[in-house]
Write a protein that binds this ligand. Structure first.
Ligand code: SF4
Length: 86
């Protein structure tokens, strides 16, 4: 085994592409205030919830369909959230 071990450098900005399904941004089934991992409910903000790899239709350990995550296809369950009346 290589003597030099990899150690994470938290001082550096993270590089790489994070898959974000744009279609989920305003879907009623996106996570809004928490997401579920098994029995656990983990808090998240409305700004972050739609970016999670799972949603109410595809709960963990499932994940959103690849074409949705890669923004190459439409989700058959997508339902646009109604805008609140002002
Ligand atoms: S149902 Fe489809 S569009 Fe809606 S949040 Fe889940 S994966 Fe995204």
């Amino acid at each position: 085994m290589d003597k030099e071990q990899h150690s994470p450098n938290f001082e550096q900005p993270m590089n790489g592409t994070w898959l974000v399904a744009d279609q989920c941004r305003d879907c009623v089934f996106r996570y809004k205030d928490y997401f579920r991992m098994g029995d656990k409910k983990i808090p998240c903000s409305e700004e972050d919830g739609w970016k999670k790899s799972s949603c109410e239709i595809f709960p963990y350990p499932q994940s959103k369909p690849p074409e949705v995550q890669h923004n190459t296809g439409e989700c058959e369950y997508y339902e646009k959230e109604r805008q609140r009346k002002k």
